[in-house]
Design a protein around this ligand. Structure first.
Ligand code: COA
Length: 353
């Protein structure tokens, strides 16, 4: 028997993060996600995961990450058609490919972590026919990303919520995109190539492409009392409920609670609706699949939070990548240290001569 989804297969020893799907727990570089999101700015989380991956923590200071954003600004005029992609993930994938690998993993990681928000914000503004805005290396990563996107200084509530989001999604064990990055790194290829591949893996709606569709769903439902009928219609049409279910979690994704809490100070009109839709979806899915727990995943409240801080929904998946690029980088560092090629097998079921 083959195992095409590789469920339960452990392919790496890692110090970067750990997911307990039965208990709904996520540890990131030694800290519970709840505590990390409440106490550390994104830059601190970056330093922690890169250090856990075996990199030099001292190279990932707030000042260094700010300088990396400033350095990436030089890249923007050279990106040409990359910023014209209708999909932000395609734009990010193409633009990251412009970064030159130096062979120094920590230095390349720093360059890519700094470049991601600059690229995504410039792409978002191009879509809106607006000129890109240069980074301000003195600001925090979250605040600068918001400012480069919207053109306005970020309010403290929005900045805090976005910072908590970026910390919350920075790493998640052997997700499909992380595995992709590690497979590429395992061939002794460079960190930038691994990141480009990881962006491609994250783009799919079964992985990181769900938060935009979650917001579309909330808009389509419109009011709590319409949730049940709408959701039943989706299932009858053979579609999945976006933002529900997870490969590993058998309980509610702990990141859903962290983000639900982080969005509260923003008083989003969508929060109450989201809670009602989640409740209705959980009830219906329990009736449909009593043996397969399907609860809210990270994308459900990602949609509410990123909308509330003022990012357009087309930018949601790429915003996930702005954070996860740090986790991927840490995994590439860790994988490079093992030196082991990842090369599984397949079972031939075709014709034989
Ligand atoms: N809505 C409706 N049914 C769902 C569902 C959802 N969101 N998620 C899973 N199911 C159903 C599947 O159709 C399947 O039913 P079947 O056995 O009758 O075919 C059953 O539950 C088991 O699903 P399976 O495909 O084995 O789960 P998985 O581990 O491969 O899937 C996801 C995990 C995340 C891909 C899946 O839950 C999903 O597609 N969710 C919606 C997209 C999403 O939110 N993605 C972001 C993930 S962070």
């Amino acid at each position: 028997m083959t195992n095409p989804g590789l469920e339960g297969v452990e392919v790496a020893d890692t110090r970067i993060s750990d997911v307990d799907g039965e208990r709904g727990e996520l540890i990131i570089a030694g800290a519970d996600v709840e505590r990390l999101a409440a106490s550390a700015p994104f830059e601190e989380a970056v330093a922690r995961v890169v250090e856990a991956g075996g990199g030099d923590r001292a190279a990932l200071t707030r000042a260094a990450i700010g300088q990396a954003r400033a350095a990436a600004w030089e890249l923007v005029p050279r990106l040409g058609d990359a910023l014209d992609h209708p999909d932000g993930m395609d734009a990010l994938r193409t633009a990251l490919g412009h970064l030159r690998s130096t062979g120094d993993d920590t230095g390349d990681a720093l360059a890519a972590i700094g470049a991601a928000p600059v690229i995504v914000a410039a792409w978002s503004r191009r879509r809106a026919h607006q000129a890109p805005i240069a980074p301000d290396p003195a600001l925090g990563h979250a605040a600068d990303y918001l400012r480069m996107t919207t053109g306005n200084a970020a309010g403290s509530a929005a900045m805090g919520a976005l910072d908590a989001y970026l910390v919350t999604v920075i790493d998640h064990a052997m997700s499909a995109s992380t595995f992709t990055a590690r497979v590429i790194a395992s061939t002794a290829s460079d960190l930038i190539s691994a990141l480009v591949g990881a962006v491609g893996a994250l783009k799919g709606p079964l992985h990181g492409g769900a938060p935009g569709p979650v917001l579309d769903m909330l808009d389509a439902i419109g009011a709590p009392d319409r949730a049940e009928a709408w959701l039943l219609g989706e299932l009858a049409a053979g579609r999945r409920i976006m933002g529900m279910g997870h490969r590993v979690y058998r309980v509610r994704d702990p990141r859903a609670a962290v983000l639900e809490e982080a969005v509260r100070p923003l008083a989003s009109p969508r929060l109450e609706l989201a809670r009602a839709v989640e409740g209705a979806a959980a009830k219906i899915l329990l009736e449909r699949k009593p043996d397969r727990p399907l609860a809210a995943n990270v994308e459900f409240y990602t949609a509410v939070l990123l909308d509330a801080v003022g990012l357009p929904r087309e930018q949601f998946s790429a915003t996930f990548a702005v954070s996860r690029i740090a986790g991927w980088s840490a995994h590439v560092l860790e994988q490079h240290r093992t030196g082991r090629l990842i090369r599984p097998s397949s079972r031939y079921i075709g014709a034989r001569p």
